[in-house]
Design a binder for this molecule. Sequence first.
Ligand SMILES: *Cc1c(COP(=O)(O)O)cnc(C)c1O
Length: 369
Amino acid sequence: MEKNILVTRSSMPEYEEYIEEIKDIWDSRWLTNMGAKHQKLIEELKAYLGVEHLDLLTNGHMALELTLQALNLSGEVITTPFTFISTTHAITRNGLTPVFCDIDPETYTMDPNKIEALITEKTCAIMPVHVYGNVCDVEAIEAIAKKHNLKVIYDAAHVFGVKYKGKGIGSFGDASCFSFHATKVFNTIEGGAAIIRDPEAAERLYRLKDFGILDSERIDCIGPNAKMNEFCAAMGLCNLRHVDGEIAKRKAAADCYRKELAVLEGLRLNCEQADVTPNYAYFPVLIDPDRFGMNRDELCEKLKEAHIFARKYFYPCVNAAECYSDRYNAEDTPIALDYSHKVLTLPMFADLTEDDVRRICAVIKNCHK
Ligand SMILES: *Cc1c(COP(=O)(O)O)cnc(C)c1O
C-alpha cells in the first residue's frame, strides 16, 4: 500500500537539539510564568519578524482574543468569513459583533472596496486575515481605517516570516496576531504572539494573559491564563534556528506543484503577489467543476482513495457555520460562499518531497477531464 500523505506535518528540530535546549529548565525549576526561555524567544522573534514589541501566549486564538480585549473595543468589527473559525470566535467571545465583508477573488483576503459600505456608527475595528500567507491590501485597509478612525487588527496566523515591501508583515496595523500551532510554518507546539503598537494596550495584554494581575496585591482587569510555558518556548528557540531552511523546502514543493499543475483547465493556483516575500504556508487550488470535470468534494474523495489527505480549508464559510448561521446570511458574501465550495488545500509541509508532489499531481491530472 502506498504511504499516507497528510495535509500537513509539523516541523521539528533534531531530538538531541531539543533535549539540549531544555536542560537548564531542570536547573532553574522555572517551568512557566515568563521564564528565561520565554524572554529569549521574545527577543529572537522581535529580531526575526522586524518588530519592536511582541508578547507570547498559549496559542494564536488567545493572542486574537486578548488583543481585542486589551484594545478596549466595543461595538462592531468588520471581518472576513473566509477564515478559520478562531478569527470570528475571538470577536464574538469579546462581546463584539462580527460584520462580514466579502473577499477579493484573486487573493482571498478581505476586499477593501466592500468595507466602507459596512461601516456604521457602531464600527470600532477591522479584522482582516492574511489568508494562506497572501497579504491583505494593507494600504487600502489602513487608509479606510484612518479616515473612519477605526483600529486594524490583523489575523497573521498564516504569515510567519512574510515580508511586504521588505517590511515584516507583523508591523502593519494597530496589532497583528500570529499562531505557533504545531501545523503552522513556525511552531512552539501550541503558541501564539501578539504585536500591539500602542504601549499601554500592550502592557494591558501582558497582564491579561496572567489573570489581569497588576502586582502581588492588585488585580485591575479580568483576564484568563494564557501564558506560554518554558517547554513551548524552548521548542520555539529550536525551530526558529531552522525556519528559513523549512521555508526554502516548502518553496521547492510549491515550485514543483506549480510546474505540474500549470495548465490544467478549471484548476486555479494561488496568486503570486508583487512586493511580497512569501512563506509557502499553504497550497490552495480553486476548482471550477464545469471546466475541471469534477467538483472539489469529488476531487478530495479521489485523493483520499489514493491515501492523500487534502483539506477543505475553509469550509464551511464562517457565516454558514451552525453557530453563526442563525444570525447571518452567507449569501451576503457570495464570493466567500462560492469559494468555500471550490477551494482545496493540498498537502504542504517542509518534508513533502518532489516525488510526493508528483504522486499527488498525477492523481489530480487523472481526475481532470
Ligand atoms: C491557526 C489559526 C488561528 C488560531 O491559532 P491557534 O494557535 O490554533 O489557536 C487563528 N486564525 C487562523 C486564520 C488560523 O489559521
